[in-house]
Ligand binder design. Structure first.
Ligand SMILES: Nc1ncnc2c1ncn2[C@@H]1O[C@H](COP(=O)(O)OP(=O)(O)OP(=O)(O)O)[C@@H](O)[C@H]1O
Ligand SMILES: [Mg+2]
Length: 122
């Protein structure tokens, strides 16, 4: 209803805005550049910001632009994440059954990542 009043072609602030249709702010460009820089060097990066300022949307756009032949995206969403479930969740996304103990699962994940890198160049 308000969309028609403001002559909007779609509702703003929905979760499913196509990544290609985002507002290209300077901060979006800057963050995408930094994330790409970190990913190419296999670094860690943390995205922080106030609620609703576009963290998830920026990462959605970033993952969409990544070359699927070079990068593999794993996604974990769990506000009560424990170390054991961190490894288990990532291993499951890689199609592996996780070892029970945390230390074993950690080594297992390291091995899987080394295989992806060494053999598949991912
Ligand atoms: N660059 C953008 N262009 C257009 N809309 C955007 C853009 N960035 C964010 N939005 C809109 O703002 C909404 C909120 O952004 P988003 O959910 O990414 O914020 P967030 O920082 O992850 O929030 P939270 O702190 O709640 O996790 C999105 O659903 C989207 O509709
Ligand atoms: Mg978010």
């Amino acid at each position: 209803m308000f969309e028609a009043f403001y002559e909007l072609s779609r509702s703003p602030f929905s979760r499913d805005v196509p990544p290609s249709e985002l507002y290209e702010s300077a901060i979006l460009e800057e963050t995408l550049g930094r994330l790409e820089y970190a990913a190419e060097r296999q670094w860690f990066a943390v995205v922080t910001g106030d609620c609703g300022t576009g963290k998830t949307t920026t990462i959605r756009r970033f993952t969409e632009e990544l070359d699927a032949a070079k990068f593999k995206v794993l996604y974990l969403s769990d506000s009560k994440l424990t170390p054991r479930h961190f490894y288990k969740g990532l291993l499951e996304q890689l199609g592996c059954e996780s070892k029970f103990y945390r230390g074993d699962a950690k080594r297992q994940l390291h091995r899987e990542i080394e295989l992806m890198r060494g053999i598949h160049g991912l």
